[in-house]
Design a binder for this molecule. Structure first.
Ligand SMILES: *[C@@H]1O[C@H](CO)[C@@H](O)[C@H](O)[C@H]1NC(C)=O
Ligand SMILES: *[C@@H]1O[C@H](CO)[C@@H](O)[C@H](O)[C@H]1NC(C)=O
Ligand SMILES: *[C@@H]1O[C@H](CO)[C@@H](O)[C@H](O)[C@H]1NC(C)=O
Ligand SMILES: *[C@@H]1O[C@H](CO)[C@@H](O)[C@H](O)[C@H]1NC(C)=O
Ligand SMILES: *[C@@H]1O[C@H](CO)[C@@H](O)[C@H](O)[C@H]1NC(C)=O
Ligand SMILES: *[C@@H]1O[C@H](CO)[C@@H](O)[C@H](O)[C@H]1NC(C)=O
Ligand SMILES: *[C@@H]1O[C@H](CO)[C@@H](O)[C@H](O)[C@H]1NC(C)=O
Ligand SMILES: *[C@@H]1O[C@H](CO)[C@@H](O)[C@H](O)[C@H]1NC(C)=O
Ligand SMILES: *[C@@H]1O[C@H](CO)[C@@H](O)[C@H](O)[C@H]1NC(C)=O
Ligand SMILES: *[C@@H]1O[C@H](CO)[C@@H](O)[C@H](O)[C@H]1NC(C)=O
Ligand SMILES: *[C@@H]1O[C@H](CO)[C@@H](O)[C@H](O)[C@H]1NC(C)=O
Length: 582
């Protein structure tokens, strides 16, 4: 008697669940009609399902935003292409709504129904009306148009880009208002508010420039010659994108499209201060970088902030100068190093200081040249001025720096200078004992010496392991992915592309030049890949470029060759051999 009842109850429960789950947290549509609202538990999905629009919280951020993201791309976190209210987040999500009013305005309302963002279409040549509709397109463009004339656009998100430029969109210079549209980086990986880096068009020279904090121009694409920008020859290498320049009395702009419409691609002003063009590889489930500019991460202006040091020799790129510590460790964790570093021991003007040498560097920007006859005089000049933070004495005479030290890069060779820091006994001298500072000094000295030796040993080991990695199969080296990331400076210098992937230039720690080929669409398993690689190793022909090794980690498959300028790996290696046979 009881069992059937229970069974029936279960059935009802299941039925109820099925029904109540059916209107899942999305409006199964790409359109919002006048008078309708999008709620925090709903999304608009474009017709083919390429893009989604809805509320989101980036990372662990407590702030909420309205944005557009790739609906089919699944990495650890969503990839956002547009954010509506990047300057004005919503602090409380429940009862917020994105409402398309009867007058045709699209407005984001917070829980107390105060507008935090809106399209204000009142200046449009054709104002919105109760027949206005909002449609999310499969190109990632959110379009407000008149219901009776959907060809007339009242407002569109492509005219208000955040950090991403999608195919079909444009980054323009308005010749009537004399203002440039900007792609502006996120502040950090969890905060879409405007960061320090922006990309804009200079119509006079037909070139794009990257600015730091709206003022400091540190990279230019070089002028457009009709096919490429002079500093970005990569654009022609992979006949994938069609960039073109348009200009009329109202505006000048570049627009681009992709020849293969089924490719998912994006151009982003990254918070690393670099512009990046990436495509989604469905096979390996990752964003594949086609090109990056500036190529060297340390070319980005003030990347590591005041008293930070940039180095290309390993990750992370930014460190603090000796005697300094990260101003905001939390921001550094979120890939925003722009705040730089502060003194470990904050000092007042009269406190005792000493100079620490730094060699093989690119010197900080904005030196002040002084007349000083010797190194000692130069040092004295710096010592006697409280705002002096560093000096250098060399063939150019005496240079001093006042205030923040910006843009220092550690290199294999370069200049030397002296940074002013707290004297090593300053913090302990306050205790008044005369012998304690001495003892501490000796202890510290010994510790530093031992530490340096250990560091040296460790660095040698690390370097060796990068050079001649772990396991060796036959005469081939099995590199780790990280080894190759370091050797190729995170795949920054692209030599070319072929049918099986792209080739990057790299340098091993023993200065050997290598060419690293990232294979695309190679789906075979680890064991099979290794067998095939061993086979190439044994059948190398004298005319072929020598294969040094390979990397196989997760879904990543890479081949490492000796670097030979002007040789195509595809024509040499794969003429005779197909990838299947390898
Ligand atoms: C979405 O949220 C609203 C109120 O916030 C609620 O009435 C509605 O039932 C929710 N819909 C779903 C499918 O959860
Ligand atoms: C609309 O026009 C007014 C007056 O010309 C101007 O002040 C306002 O900024 C414009 N609004 C937008 C969104 O362009
Ligand atoms: C839309 O506006 C027109 C006039 O502008 C009016 O005649 C019509 O009734 C309105 N429709 C709705 C659904 O409000
Ligand atoms: C939009 O334009 C196309 C041709 O350009 C035309 O065929 C279509 O009817 C127009 N749609 C509307 C709603 O006017
Ligand atoms: C950026 O420029 C503004 C002035 O335009 C200035 O107040 C701000 O401090 C600058 N930011 C940094 C990080 O230097
Ligand atoms: C490239 O794009 C421009 C502008 O959209 C277009 O006129 C041109 O036909 C395109 N070229 C090719 C080869 O598709
Ligand atoms: C931009 O406008 C000015 C007048 O304000 C005009 O002289 C110039 O030719 C225009 N630029 C273009 C590219 O049409
Ligand atoms: C320039 O803008 C005006 C006003 O919006 C428009 O009528 C005209 O067609 C535009 N010219 C071009 C070449 O797009
Ligand atoms: C276009 O890209 C898709 C997906 O990457 C691929 O399957 C297809 O073969 C490509 N088409 C051409 C003509 O290259
Ligand atoms: C930075 O991240 C590391 C590991 O991801 C974590 O252990 C550390 O607590 C974080 N520091 C801050 C200040 O958020
Ligand atoms: C430090 O030197 C600079 C440049 O010589 C000078 O402008 C500044 O007034 C000096 N500051 C002090 C406190 O002497």
């Amino acid at each position: 008697m009881r069992r059937p009842t229970l069974f029936l109850l279960l059935c009802f429960a299941l039925l109820f669940l099925t029904i109540s789950l059916k209107p899942l947290p999305c409006i199964a549509t790409d359109t919002l009609q006048a008078g309708q609202s999008l709620l925090p538990n709903q999304t608009l999905i474009s017709k083919q399902g390429n893009f989604a629009l809805g509320f989101f919280n980036p990372g662990k951020s407590p702030n909420s935003y309205i944005g557009i993201w790739y609906n089919k791309v699944s990495v650890q976190s969503k990839t956002y292409v547009w954010v509506a209210n990047r300057d004005n987040p919503i602090k409380e999500l429940p009862n917020s709504e994105l409402k398309l009013f009867q007058n045709g305005n699209l407005v984001l309302l917070n829980p107390s129904k105060t507008p935090v963002w809106g399209t204000d279409s009142s200046n449009s040549t054709k104002p919105g009306s109760n027949s206005t509709k909002l449609v999310l397109g499969d190109d990632g463009n959110l379009v407000l148009s008149d219901g009776s004339d959907s060809n007339f656009t009242i407002w569109q998100s492509f005219d208000h880009p955040t950090d991403t430029w999608l195919p079909g969109g444009k980054i323009a210079y308005n010749n009537l208002t004399k203002t440039a549209q900007k792609l502006v980086s996120w502040k950090n990986s969890e905060d879409p508010s405007p960061g320090l880096f922006s990309l804009e068009l200079k119509p006079d020279t037909k070139e794009y420039v990257i600015m730091w904090n709206g003022s400091e121009r540190f990279w230019t694409s070089g002028p457009w010659n009709g096919q490429i920008f002079s500093a970005v020859p990569e654009m022609r290498n992979n006949y994938i994108y069609n960039f073109s320049y348009e200009s009329n009395v109202n505006e000048s702009y570049f627009i681009y499209s992709i020849y293969n419409k089924s490719l998912t691609t994006r151009f982003v002003m990254d918070l690393s201060g670099q512009i990046k063009q990436a495509s989604w590889l469905d096979n390996s489930k990752e964003w594949y970088l086609f090109w990056v500019q500036p190529r060297q991460q340390c070319e980005v202006y003030s990347l590591c902030g005041p008293f930070g040091v940039c180095s290309e020799s390993g990750l992370p790129f930014c460190k603090c100068m000796e005697g300094f510590t990260e101003r905001s460790p939390r921001d550094w964790n979120l890939s925003d190093t722009s705040g730089g570093c502060v003194e470990e021991t904050p000092l007042r003007c009269g406190d005792k200081r000493e100079f620490r040498p730094m060699s093989n560097v690119r010197l900080p920007i904005k030196p002040v040249t002084l007349a000083a006859a010797s190194d000692e005089n130069c040092r004295q000049a710096c010592s006697s001025n409280c705002s002096c933070t560093a000096y250098a004495y060399g063939s150019n005479g005496c240079s001093v720096w006042l205030g923040d030290l910006v843009n220092v890069q550690q290199r294999d060779s370069g200049d030397s200078f002296y940074v002013r820091v707290a004297a090593s006994d300053v913090s302990s001298s306050k205790k008044g004992s005369t012998s304690l500072p001495l003892i501490l000094g000796i202890v510290a000295g010994v510790a530093v010496a031992v530490g340096s030796v250990l560091l040296l040993i460790w660095r040698c080991r690390v370097k060796r392991s990068v050079g001649t990695s772990k396991a060796v199969e036959g005469s081939l080296v099995a590199f780790t992915y990280r080894d190759l990331q370091i050797a190729t400076k995170n795949f920054s210098e692209r030599l070319g592309a072929g049918a099986f992937g792209s080739v990057f230039k790299g340098t091993l720690s023993d200065s050997t030049l290598i060419a690293v080929k990232k294979l695309e669409g190679v789906t075979q398993g680890e064991k099979q890949f290794r067998t095939e690689v061993s086979t190439i190793g044994t059948i190398q022909h004298v005319n072929l470029v020598r294969l040094r090794g390979f990397c196989s980690e997760g879904s990543k498959r890479l081949l490492v060759y000796d670097y030979m300028p002007n040789r195509s790996l595809d024509s040499h290696l794969f003429l005779k051999i197909t990838l299947r046979q390898l």
